[in-house]
Ligand binder design. Structure first.
Ligand code: FO1
Length: 307
């Protein structure tokens, strides 16, 4: 089996972990959002890649949703004592990823090669591919003007009302090496229960990626980020309302119209038209939950079969 999963954020990492427990790691390729990436204090930060690295290496701070378990904060305290920007918390262990990535990017290495080396160093068997090696920056248009993603998400805690979201650089970004090939070779393509606007749309904005999904022989199955009529973590529901999408599986299916063949929804939630549905408890609290959702998504893909 060759499974491709489009992912970003915490919810996405949970589904990828469920897939790793269900399949052989070598059967899983994660294509990861890099629209959240930014340079901070001169360091190249790739949050969704790092969340996935930590999650698959068993190092993630599960309660916090980002960063490492058992992190220490000496650097941040020293930074604060010098009046440095501390709104974006950089942990001592976390710094190693950013410092190494920054040094290697400065030496001209692509993000995809650096990420593959990090995954290998931590014994991760799945392929972790950035959506692109070219810069793509999610910019949130608010009443106060444009906000870079992390300024909106972390510094402002998602409170400014959003009028539109754009992905700067997407139009000239190329899919990272292996991305299109993985989509072509896939037996099933999953879209993780990530924030559709902030984690999945940037992926779909990379030229060639959406087209490859449309041409793929593999069925495309999304896992709804809505559980019990509300979006689980983060700003998904608020953004759906602000962007005029109803917070429902019908809204999710409408957003992914023409792209997905199936949708995994939470027991009791509203059904969606025009896609094949599978129902389960889609709340992923522990590894058993994550395996269940992964298995239901794979079974739905298998029942849909090749297109
Ligand atoms: N999220 C926060 O809410 N506060 C932080 O201080 C913070 C620091 C941080 C450092 C490194 C990193 O990789 C992620 C970090 N995040 C933080 C999470 C990050 O903003 C989100 O994980 C993604 O960008 C959204 O999926």
């Amino acid at each position: 089996m060759s499974i491709v999963v489009l992912t970003g954020g915490v919810g996405g990492a949970k589904l990828v972990l469920g897939l790793i427990h269900t399949l052989l790691p070598g059967e899983v390729t994660a294509i990861v959002n890099t629209g959240d990436d930014f340079t901070h204090l001169g360091l190249a930060i790739s949050p969704d890649i790092d969340t996935l690295l930590y999650t698959l290496a068993g190092k993630a701070n599960a309660a916090q949703g980002w960063g490492r378990e058992g992190e220490t904060w000496s650097f941040l305290a020293a930074l604060r004592s010098l009046g440095g920007e501390d709104w974006f918390a950089l942990g001592d262990g976390d710094l190693a990823l950013h410092v190494l990535r920054t040094a290697r990017r400065a030496a001209g290495e692509p993000l995809s090669a650096i990420t593959a080396d990090f995954a290998r160093a931590w014994g991760i068997g799945a392929a972790i591919l950035p959506m692109s090696d070219d810069p793509v920056a999610t910019v949130v248009q608010t009443g106060e003007g444009p906000l870079a993603f992390q300024r909106y998400f972390v510094e402002r805690r998602c409170e400014p009302a959003v009028q539109a979201i754009r992905f700067e650089g997407a139009e000239t970004a190329r899919p990272a090496p292996g991305v299109i090939e993985a989509i072509h070779a896939a037996d099933a393509i999953l879209i993780a229960p990530s924030n559709l606007f902030l984690s999945i749309d940037p992926l779909l904005a990379v030229p060639g990626l959406r087209a490859a999904l449309g041409k793929a022989r593999a069925p495309v199955v999304a896992v709804s980020p809505i559980v019990g009529g509300v979006a689980v973590k983060g700003p998904t529901a608020k953004l759906m309302r602000e962007l005029g999408l109803e917070v429902s599986n019908a809204g999710i299916a409408a957003h992914y119209h023409g792209l997905i063949d199936g949708l995994v929804i939470h027991n009791g939630d509203d059904a969606a038209e025009g896609v094949q549905l599978a129902l389960t408890d889609t709340m992923m609290r522990d590894d058993r939950d994550k395996m269940r959702v992964a298995e239901v998504a794979l079974m739905l893909a298998t029942s849909i079969g090749s297109r």
